[in-house]
Design a protein around this ligand. Structure first.
Ligand SMILES: *[C@@H]1O[C@H](CO)[C@@H](O)[C@H](O)[C@H]1NC(C)=O
Ligand SMILES: *[C@@H]1O[C@H](CO)[C@@H](O)[C@H](O)[C@H]1NC(C)=O
Ligand SMILES: *[C@@H]1O[C@H](CO)[C@@H](O)[C@H](O)[C@H]1NC(C)=O
Ligand SMILES: *[C@@H]1O[C@H](CO)[C@@H](O)[C@H](O)[C@H]1NC(C)=O
Length: 363
Protein backbone atom coordinates (compact mmCIF):
# COMPACT_ATOMS: atom_id res chain seq x y z
CA UNK A 1 0.00 0.00 0.00
CA UNK A 2 1.46 3.33 -0.94
CA UNK A 3 1.28 6.08 1.64
CA UNK A 4 -1.02 8.88 0.65
CA UNK A 5 -3.28 11.60 1.81
CA UNK A 6 -6.42 11.58 -0.21
CA UNK A 7 -8.63 14.60 0.17
CA UNK A 8 -11.71 13.33 -1.53
CA UNK A 9 -14.47 15.65 -2.60
CA UNK A 10 -17.63 13.98 -1.44
CA UNK A 11 -20.92 14.09 -3.29
CA UNK A 12 -23.87 16.43 -2.91
CA UNK A 13 -24.86 14.62 0.29
CA UNK A 14 -22.02 16.47 1.97
CA UNK A 15 -23.68 19.82 1.32
CA UNK A 16 -26.85 18.56 2.94
CA UNK A 17 -25.07 17.31 6.02
CA UNK A 18 -23.60 20.75 6.67
CA UNK A 19 -27.04 22.29 6.54
CA UNK A 20 -28.33 19.86 9.15
CA UNK A 21 -25.33 19.86 11.45
CA UNK A 22 -26.99 21.88 14.14
CA UNK A 23 -26.09 20.31 17.43
CA UNK A 24 -23.41 18.27 19.04
CA UNK A 25 -23.40 14.55 19.59
CA UNK A 26 -24.50 14.80 23.19
CA UNK A 27 -27.57 16.80 22.44
CA UNK A 28 -28.56 14.47 19.64
CA UNK A 29 -31.74 13.22 21.21
CA UNK A 30 -32.71 16.40 22.94
CA UNK A 31 -33.93 19.80 21.94
CA UNK A 32 -30.95 22.09 21.56
CA UNK A 33 -31.27 24.49 24.46
CA UNK A 34 -27.81 25.93 24.08
CA UNK A 35 -27.98 27.90 20.87
CA UNK A 36 -25.41 30.61 20.98
CA UNK A 37 -27.01 34.00 20.53
CA UNK A 38 -24.52 35.32 18.05
CA UNK A 39 -21.80 33.93 15.89
CA UNK A 40 -19.03 35.57 17.83
CA UNK A 41 -20.06 35.23 21.43
CA UNK A 42 -18.06 32.48 23.08
CA UNK A 43 -20.00 29.29 23.69
CA UNK A 44 -20.31 28.30 27.35
CA UNK A 45 -18.81 24.79 27.32
CA UNK A 46 -20.52 23.68 30.55
CA UNK A 47 -23.90 24.59 29.13
CA UNK A 48 -23.10 23.02 25.80
CA UNK A 49 -22.08 19.75 27.44
CA UNK A 50 -24.79 19.85 30.12
CA UNK A 51 -22.31 19.35 32.92
CA UNK A 52 -21.63 21.03 36.26
CA UNK A 53 -18.22 21.07 37.90
CA UNK A 54 -18.52 20.09 41.57
CA UNK A 55 -16.27 21.44 44.36
CA UNK A 56 -14.81 17.95 44.85
CA UNK A 57 -13.51 17.97 41.24
CA UNK A 58 -16.12 15.56 39.90
CA UNK A 59 -18.71 16.56 37.32
CA UNK A 60 -22.44 16.09 37.37
CA UNK A 61 -23.70 14.93 33.99
CA UNK A 62 -27.12 16.45 33.66
CA UNK A 63 -28.19 14.43 30.65
CA UNK A 64 -28.35 10.68 30.78
CA UNK A 65 -27.97 9.60 27.18
CA UNK A 66 -30.03 6.53 26.33
CA UNK A 67 -28.30 3.20 26.90
CA UNK A 68 -29.27 0.01 25.16
CA UNK A 69 -28.77 -3.52 26.44
CA UNK A 70 -26.88 -6.09 24.39
CA UNK A 71 -28.90 -8.75 22.59
CA UNK A 72 -27.36 -12.17 22.32
CA UNK A 73 -30.26 -14.53 21.84
CA UNK A 74 -29.46 -16.47 18.67
CA UNK A 75 -33.14 -16.66 17.73
CA UNK A 76 -33.60 -12.91 17.54
CA UNK A 77 -34.01 -11.73 13.94
CA UNK A 78 -31.01 -9.39 14.12
CA UNK A 79 -27.87 -9.43 11.96
CA UNK A 80 -25.43 -8.84 14.83
CA UNK A 81 -25.49 -10.39 18.30
CA UNK A 82 -23.94 -8.63 21.27
CA UNK A 83 -23.09 -9.32 24.90
CA UNK A 84 -21.37 -7.59 27.81
CA UNK A 85 -18.45 -9.15 29.65
CA UNK A 86 -16.83 -7.74 32.81
CA UNK A 87 -13.16 -6.81 32.64
CA UNK A 88 -12.49 -5.46 36.10
CA UNK A 89 -15.31 -5.20 38.59
CA UNK A 90 -13.45 -2.88 40.93
CA UNK A 91 -13.17 -0.29 38.16
CA UNK A 92 -16.52 -1.07 36.61
CA UNK A 93 -14.88 -1.71 33.25
CA UNK A 94 -16.34 -4.14 30.74
CA UNK A 95 -16.56 -4.80 27.03
CA UNK A 96 -19.48 -5.21 24.68
CA UNK A 97 -18.68 -7.90 22.12
CA UNK A 98 -20.45 -7.81 18.74
CA UNK A 99 -20.68 -10.90 16.54
CA UNK A 100 -22.17 -10.91 13.04
CA UNK A 101 -24.78 -13.66 12.98
CA UNK A 102 -23.35 -14.96 9.71
CA UNK A 103 -20.23 -16.01 11.59
CA UNK A 104 -22.31 -18.72 13.24
CA UNK A 105 -22.40 -20.39 9.83
CA UNK A 106 -18.66 -20.40 9.49
CA UNK A 107 -17.86 -22.82 12.29
CA UNK A 108 -17.26 -25.71 9.96
CA UNK A 109 -15.13 -23.76 7.51
CA UNK A 110 -13.24 -22.20 10.43
CA UNK A 111 -13.13 -18.86 8.68
CA UNK A 112 -12.26 -16.36 11.34
CA UNK A 113 -13.20 -12.70 11.30
CA UNK A 114 -10.93 -9.72 11.90
CA UNK A 115 -11.06 -8.41 15.46
CA UNK A 116 -11.72 -4.69 15.92
CA UNK A 117 -11.22 -3.22 19.39
CA UNK A 118 -13.30 -0.04 19.51
CA UNK A 119 -13.14 2.98 21.83
CA UNK A 120 -16.10 5.34 21.87
CA UNK A 121 -15.96 9.13 21.81
CA UNK A 122 -17.22 11.68 24.32
CA UNK A 123 -14.24 13.88 25.11
CA UNK A 124 -12.97 11.39 27.75
CA UNK A 125 -15.69 12.67 30.09
CA UNK A 126 -19.03 11.47 28.73
CA UNK A 127 -20.89 8.51 27.27
CA UNK A 128 -20.48 4.75 27.33
CA UNK A 129 -20.07 1.67 25.20
CA UNK A 130 -23.77 1.11 25.96
CA UNK A 131 -24.81 4.51 24.57
CA UNK A 132 -27.31 3.90 21.81
CA UNK A 133 -25.38 5.72 19.09
CA UNK A 134 -22.18 3.76 19.75
CA UNK A 135 -24.02 0.47 20.13
CA UNK A 136 -25.68 1.08 16.78
CA UNK A 137 -22.41 2.20 15.19
CA UNK A 138 -20.73 -1.06 16.29
CA UNK A 139 -23.67 -3.24 15.23
CA UNK A 140 -23.65 -1.74 11.75
CA UNK A 141 -19.87 -1.84 11.53
CA UNK A 142 -19.64 -5.51 12.57
CA UNK A 143 -22.24 -6.28 9.92
CA UNK A 144 -20.72 -4.16 7.13
CA UNK A 145 -17.04 -4.95 7.55
CA UNK A 146 -17.68 -8.50 8.81
CA UNK A 147 -15.64 -8.31 11.97
CA UNK A 148 -15.91 -9.23 15.61
CA UNK A 149 -16.04 -5.87 17.39
CA UNK A 150 -15.09 -5.42 21.04
CA UNK A 151 -16.24 -2.04 22.35
CA UNK A 152 -14.44 -1.06 25.55
CA UNK A 153 -16.08 0.61 28.54
CA UNK A 154 -13.24 2.66 30.01
CA UNK A 155 -13.28 4.98 33.02
CA UNK A 156 -14.13 8.61 32.45
CA UNK A 157 -12.47 11.84 33.54
CA UNK A 158 -12.33 14.02 35.58
CA UNK A 159 -13.03 11.34 38.19
CA UNK A 160 -10.35 9.28 36.42
CA UNK A 161 -7.94 11.46 34.49
CA UNK A 162 -5.64 10.27 31.73
CA UNK A 163 -3.77 7.98 31.54
CA UNK A 164 -6.44 5.87 33.27
CA UNK A 165 -8.47 5.44 30.09
CA UNK A 166 -5.26 4.21 28.39
CA UNK A 167 -4.65 1.83 31.31
CA UNK A 168 -8.17 0.46 30.87
CA UNK A 169 -7.56 0.07 27.15
CA UNK A 170 -4.44 -2.00 27.86
CA UNK A 171 -6.27 -4.04 30.48
CA UNK A 172 -8.92 -4.77 27.85
CA UNK A 173 -6.25 -5.91 25.35
CA UNK A 174 -4.75 -8.24 27.93
CA UNK A 175 -8.21 -9.52 28.80
CA UNK A 176 -8.74 -10.28 25.10
CA UNK A 177 -5.36 -12.01 24.99
CA UNK A 178 -6.19 -14.38 27.84
CA UNK A 179 -9.79 -14.83 26.70
CA UNK A 180 -8.74 -16.68 23.63
CA UNK A 181 -9.76 -19.92 25.29
CA UNK A 182 -12.41 -18.73 27.71
CA UNK A 183 -14.71 -16.42 25.81
CA UNK A 184 -16.57 -18.50 23.25
CA UNK A 185 -17.22 -15.84 20.59
CA UNK A 186 -13.60 -14.72 20.62
CA UNK A 187 -12.38 -18.31 20.82
CA UNK A 188 -14.43 -19.50 17.89
CA UNK A 189 -14.79 -16.60 15.53
CA UNK A 190 -12.08 -13.97 16.04
CA UNK A 191 -8.81 -13.95 14.13
CA UNK A 192 -6.28 -13.08 16.82
CA UNK A 193 -3.60 -12.46 14.23
CA UNK A 194 -5.67 -9.73 12.57
CA UNK A 195 -6.60 -7.19 15.22
CA UNK A 196 -7.22 -3.47 14.75
CA UNK A 197 -7.39 -0.79 17.40
CA UNK A 198 -10.04 1.72 16.46
CA UNK A 199 -11.75 4.73 17.94
CA UNK A 200 -13.61 7.87 17.05
CA UNK A 201 -12.88 11.31 18.50
CA UNK A 202 -11.56 10.85 22.07
CA UNK A 203 -11.76 7.12 21.36
CA UNK A 204 -9.40 7.70 18.42
CA UNK A 205 -6.97 9.32 20.83
CA UNK A 206 -7.27 6.30 23.15
CA UNK A 207 -6.72 3.90 20.23
CA UNK A 208 -3.61 5.90 19.27
CA UNK A 209 -2.13 5.81 22.77
CA UNK A 210 -3.10 2.20 23.40
CA UNK A 211 -1.43 1.53 20.05
CA UNK A 212 1.82 3.19 21.17
CA UNK A 213 1.79 1.13 24.35
CA UNK A 214 0.82 -2.09 22.63
CA UNK A 215 3.60 -1.60 20.07
CA UNK A 216 6.10 -1.23 22.90
CA UNK A 217 5.00 -4.55 24.43
CA UNK A 218 3.85 -6.43 21.34
CA UNK A 219 5.41 -9.70 22.49
CA UNK A 220 3.45 -9.65 25.72
CA UNK A 221 0.18 -9.44 23.86
CA UNK A 222 0.67 -12.61 21.82
CA UNK A 223 -1.21 -14.47 20.50
CA UNK A 224 -3.05 -11.19 19.95
CA UNK A 225 -1.35 -9.49 17.01
CA UNK A 226 -2.25 -5.97 16.07
CA UNK A 227 -2.28 -5.27 12.37
CA UNK A 228 -3.17 -1.61 12.43
CA UNK A 229 -4.87 1.45 13.83
CA UNK A 230 -8.11 3.02 12.60
CA UNK A 231 -8.50 6.59 13.83
CA UNK A 232 -11.80 8.23 12.96
CA UNK A 233 -11.67 11.98 13.59
CA UNK A 234 -9.16 11.44 16.42
CA UNK A 235 -9.19 14.05 19.20
CA UNK A 236 -5.81 15.76 19.47
CA UNK A 237 -4.90 19.25 20.64
CA UNK A 238 -2.12 21.57 21.64
CA UNK A 239 -1.45 24.97 23.12
CA UNK A 240 -0.99 26.76 19.81
CA UNK A 241 -4.20 27.19 17.84
CA UNK A 242 -4.25 25.66 14.34
CA UNK A 243 -5.75 27.40 11.32
CA UNK A 244 -8.75 25.05 11.29
CA UNK A 245 -9.35 25.63 14.99
CA UNK A 246 -9.31 29.37 14.39
CA UNK A 247 -11.55 29.08 11.32
CA UNK A 248 -14.07 26.94 13.25
CA UNK A 249 -13.64 28.58 16.65
CA UNK A 250 -17.35 28.62 17.43
CA UNK A 251 -18.24 25.51 15.46
CA UNK A 252 -21.64 24.11 16.37
CA UNK A 253 -20.48 20.52 16.62
CA UNK A 254 -17.21 21.11 18.49
CA UNK A 255 -16.54 24.67 19.60
CA UNK A 256 -12.98 25.23 20.77
CA UNK A 257 -14.18 26.16 24.27
CA UNK A 258 -15.67 22.68 24.56
CA UNK A 259 -12.50 20.98 23.32
CA UNK A 260 -10.42 23.02 25.79
CA UNK A 261 -12.71 22.13 28.68
CA UNK A 262 -12.52 18.44 27.77
CA UNK A 263 -8.72 18.61 27.87
CA UNK A 264 -8.79 20.56 31.10
CA UNK A 265 -10.96 17.89 32.73
CA UNK A 266 -9.10 14.91 31.34
CA UNK A 267 -5.37 15.74 31.27
CA UNK A 268 -3.31 15.08 34.41
CA UNK A 269 -3.58 18.00 36.84
CA UNK A 270 -0.88 20.61 36.26
CA UNK A 271 0.02 19.89 32.62
CA UNK A 272 -0.95 21.92 29.57
CA UNK A 273 -2.18 20.85 26.13
CA UNK A 274 1.34 20.39 24.85
CA UNK A 275 1.46 17.19 26.87
CA UNK A 276 1.94 14.13 24.67
CA UNK A 277 -1.46 12.67 25.63
CA UNK A 278 -2.99 15.66 23.86
CA UNK A 279 -0.38 16.72 21.32
CA UNK A 280 1.23 13.85 19.40
CA UNK A 281 4.03 16.18 18.27
CA UNK A 282 5.08 16.81 21.87
CA UNK A 283 7.75 15.19 23.98
CA UNK A 284 8.62 11.60 23.29
CA UNK A 285 5.47 11.06 21.21
CA UNK A 286 6.98 11.05 17.70
CA UNK A 287 9.82 8.75 18.80
CA UNK A 288 7.32 6.17 20.03
CA UNK A 289 5.98 5.77 16.51
CA UNK A 290 9.19 3.93 15.60
CA UNK A 291 7.84 0.75 17.23
CA UNK A 292 4.76 0.91 15.03
CA UNK A 293 6.90 1.23 11.92
CA UNK A 294 9.10 -1.69 12.97
CA UNK A 295 6.06 -3.88 13.53
CA UNK A 296 4.73 -2.99 10.09
CA UNK A 297 1.32 -1.88 11.37
CA UNK A 298 -0.80 0.12 9.00
CA UNK A 299 -2.71 3.20 10.01
CA UNK A 300 -5.90 4.77 8.68
CA UNK A 301 -6.85 8.30 9.71
CA UNK A 302 -10.20 9.67 8.56
CA UNK A 303 -11.57 13.16 8.97
CA UNK A 304 -13.17 16.11 7.26
CA UNK A 305 -12.41 19.78 6.84
CA UNK A 306 -15.61 20.81 8.60
CA UNK A 307 -14.01 19.55 11.81
CA UNK A 308 -11.89 22.08 13.76
CA UNK A 309 -9.51 19.20 14.53
CA UNK A 310 -8.72 18.48 10.88
CA UNK A 311 -5.36 20.29 10.79
CA UNK A 312 -4.06 18.27 13.73
CA UNK A 313 -5.26 15.05 12.14
CA UNK A 314 -3.46 15.89 8.90
CA UNK A 315 -0.40 16.87 10.95
CA UNK A 316 -0.39 13.39 12.52
CA UNK A 317 -0.64 11.77 9.09
CA UNK A 318 2.30 13.90 7.91
CA UNK A 319 4.31 12.96 10.99
CA UNK A 320 3.67 9.28 10.29
CA UNK A 321 4.68 9.71 6.65
CA UNK A 322 7.89 11.42 7.74
CA UNK A 323 8.53 8.53 10.10
CA UNK A 324 8.00 6.11 7.24
CA UNK A 325 4.89 4.49 8.67
CA UNK A 326 2.34 2.96 6.36
CA UNK A 327 -0.50 5.40 6.72
CA UNK A 328 -3.56 6.34 4.73
CA UNK A 329 -5.31 9.64 5.34
CA UNK A 330 -8.86 9.93 4.06
CA UNK A 331 -10.34 13.40 4.41
CA UNK A 332 -13.68 14.64 3.10
CA UNK A 333 -14.70 18.17 2.27
CA UNK A 334 -17.36 19.63 4.56
CA UNK A 335 -19.10 17.48 7.20
CA UNK A 336 -18.57 17.99 10.94
CA UNK A 337 -17.09 16.40 14.03
CA UNK A 338 -19.05 13.32 15.07
CA UNK A 339 -21.01 13.05 11.83
CA UNK A 340 -20.60 9.26 11.65
CA UNK A 341 -22.40 8.90 14.99
CA UNK A 342 -25.32 10.94 13.80
CA UNK A 343 -25.88 9.98 10.19
CA UNK A 344 -26.15 6.30 9.24
CA UNK A 345 -25.28 7.00 5.59
CA UNK A 346 -22.06 8.70 6.65
CA UNK A 347 -21.26 5.82 8.97
CA UNK A 348 -21.78 3.45 6.05
CA UNK A 349 -19.30 5.45 4.01
CA UNK A 350 -16.77 5.19 6.86
CA UNK A 351 -17.28 1.40 7.00
CA UNK A 352 -16.54 1.31 3.26
CA UNK A 353 -13.26 3.19 3.77
CA UNK A 354 -12.34 0.83 6.61
CA UNK A 355 -13.22 -2.24 4.58
CA UNK A 356 -11.01 -1.05 1.71
CA UNK A 357 -8.20 -0.32 4.13
CA UNK A 358 -8.43 -3.76 5.73
CA UNK A 359 -8.62 -5.62 2.44
CA UNK A 360 -5.76 -3.63 0.88
CA UNK A 361 -3.68 -4.87 3.81
CA UNK A 362 -4.37 -8.52 3.26
CA UNK A 363 -3.84 -8.12 -0.49
C1 LIG B 1 -18.67 14.94 44.80
O1 LIG B 1 -19.72 15.88 44.82
C2 LIG B 1 -20.91 15.47 44.17
C3 LIG B 1 -21.88 16.65 44.11
O2 LIG B 1 -21.91 17.32 45.32
C4 LIG B 1 -21.48 14.28 44.91
O3 LIG B 1 -22.67 13.85 44.30
C5 LIG B 1 -20.46 13.17 44.90
O4 LIG B 1 -20.92 12.06 45.66
C6 LIG B 1 -19.12 13.63 45.45
N1 LIG B 1 -18.15 12.57 45.18
C7 LIG B 1 -17.21 12.25 46.04
C8 LIG B 1 -16.29 11.15 45.63
O5 LIG B 1 -17.10 12.78 47.12
C1 LIG C 1 -8.59 -4.52 38.75
O1 LIG C 1 -8.18 -3.22 38.99
C2 LIG C 1 -7.53 -3.06 40.24
C3 LIG C 1 -7.33 -1.56 40.44
O2 LIG C 1 -6.57 -1.00 39.43
C4 LIG C 1 -6.23 -3.84 40.19
O3 LIG C 1 -5.54 -3.69 41.43
C5 LIG C 1 -6.55 -5.30 39.95
O4 LIG C 1 -5.36 -6.04 39.78
C6 LIG C 1 -7.41 -5.46 38.73
N1 LIG C 1 -7.94 -6.82 38.69
C7 LIG C 1 -7.64 -7.65 37.72
C8 LIG C 1 -8.30 -8.98 37.79
O5 LIG C 1 -6.88 -7.36 36.82
C1 LIG D 1 -26.77 -19.34 8.32
O1 LIG D 1 -27.43 -19.95 9.40
C2 LIG D 1 -28.77 -19.61 9.54
C3 LIG D 1 -29.30 -20.29 10.80
O2 LIG D 1 -28.45 -19.98 11.85
C4 LIG D 1 -29.55 -20.05 8.31
O3 LIG D 1 -30.90 -19.64 8.43
C5 LIG D 1 -28.94 -19.39 7.09
O4 LIG D 1 -29.57 -19.85 5.93
C6 LIG D 1 -27.45 -19.71 7.01
N1 LIG D 1 -26.85 -18.97 5.91
C7 LIG D 1 -26.01 -19.52 5.06
C8 LIG D 1 -25.45 -18.62 4.01
O5 LIG D 1 -25.66 -20.67 5.14
C1 LIG E 1 -7.76 23.64 34.10
O1 LIG E 1 -8.18 24.96 34.30
C2 LIG E 1 -7.85 25.48 35.58
C3 LIG E 1 -8.50 26.82 35.73
O2 LIG E 1 -8.23 27.62 34.62
C4 LIG E 1 -6.34 25.53 35.71
O3 LIG E 1 -5.98 26.01 36.98
C5 LIG E 1 -5.78 24.14 35.52
O4 LIG E 1 -4.38 24.17 35.54
C6 LIG E 1 -6.25 23.54 34.23
N1 LIG E 1 -5.83 22.14 34.21
C7 LIG E 1 -5.46 21.50 33.10
C8 LIG E 1 -5.06 20.08 33.25
O5 LIG E 1 -5.48 22.02 32.01
Amino acid sequence: MSPMISISRSNFFCGLTIAFSLCFLYTLNYPNTTQSSSKNSPIDPYKKLHIILNPNATITRLIQTPHVPPSSHPNLPIPVLSKDVTINQSKNTWVRVFLPRNALNHTSSRRRLPLVVFFHGGGFILLSAATRIFHQFCVNMANDIEAVVVSVEYRLAPENRLPEAYDDAMEALHWIRISQQEEDWLARYADYSNCFLMGSSAGGNIAYHAGLRAAAEADHLLPLKIAGLILVQPFFGGVRMTASELRLLNDRALPLSVAYLMWNLSLPVGVDRDHEYCNPMAGNGPKQLDNIRQLGWQVLVTGCDGDPLVDRQIEVVRLMLEKDLQVVGSFDVGDYHGIQDREPLKAKQVYGVIKNFMSSMSA
